[in-house]
Design a protein around this ligand. Structure first.
Ligand code: PEP
Length: 228
């Protein structure tokens, strides 16, 4: 088994459409000071677009080892695209962008083609695209090195996939897209089950929705990852 201290572990909070600026800043003020600076642990917070600026500022001022990500980005460059947030503007706040989440595919018509365009925008602007795949059949665009396997049945249901199945999907994705592609698992992750996923050699972390909203619950997940 690869030692957990030698592989990268990403712990990514996806707040979805939650938290006012004030609530976001409270979360940062609780989680930030608890984080240890560790080379192989990457903790990312993905707030709503309207919170990005203040969250980034709070993290910078506090000098916390927290990376800021977005939950989406525009498939276009800046210009006449009402309502869109382009990568060239987002890059002042974020290092990572979630792309192709199943909730966007289901509710906002995000297609594989749009995912390709968004990935291109991210890469062109030095943002790491984190592409969500719902199963082995979801295509991963060229250039992507961070993928989250998130089966739809597991999202927000309290019914996670088994670590064995997640690991076998990760193995498939590594064979198809390269061993240097880091694979995360997402879907009903909490502090009780996170160890079972990240202890699999080929799983490089977790994408956490519901359990990331409460700072104490999220800290517990990070603690499991740092103490293993
Ligand atoms: C998600 O939506 O990315 C997610 C993993 O949600 P949850 O943890 O709530 O299942």
């Amino acid at each position: 088994m690869v030692g957990l201290e030698t592989k990268n572990i990403w712990v990514i909070a996806n707040w979805k459409s939650n938290k006012t600026v004030q609530e976001a800043l409270e979360w940062i003020s609780v989680v930030g000071p608890k984080l240890e600076r560790r080379e192989n642990i990457r903790v990312v917070v993905c707030p709503t677009f309207n919170c990005l600026s203040e969250v980034k500022k709070a993290i910078t001022v506090g000098n916390f080892p927290l990376i800021v990500g977005s939950q989406d980005l525009s498939p276009f460059e800046k210009g006449a695209y009402t309502g869109e947030d382009p990568a060239s503007i987002l890059k002042q706040f974020i290092e990572v962008a979630i792309v192709g989440h199943s909730e966007r595919r289901k509710n906002f018509g995000e297609t594989d083609e749009l995912v390709v365009q968004k990935v291109k925008q991210a890469i062109d602007n030095q943002i790491i695209p984190l592409v969500c795949v719902q199963g082995k059949e979801t295509p991963v665009p060229e250039g992507v090195k961070l993928v989250a396997y998130e089966p739809v049945f597991a999202i927000g249901t309290g019914n996670p996939d088994t670590p064995e199945n997640a690991s076998s999907v990760a193995e498939f994705l590594n064979q198809k897209y390269g061993e240097d592609t880091e694979i995360l698992y997402g879907g009903s992750v909490n502090s009780n089950n996170v160890e079972s996923f990240i202890s699999k050699d080929n799983i490089n972390g977790v994408l956490v929705g519901g359990a990331s909203l409460d700072p104490e619950k999220f800290i517990k997940i990070i603690e499991v990852c740092t103490t293993l």
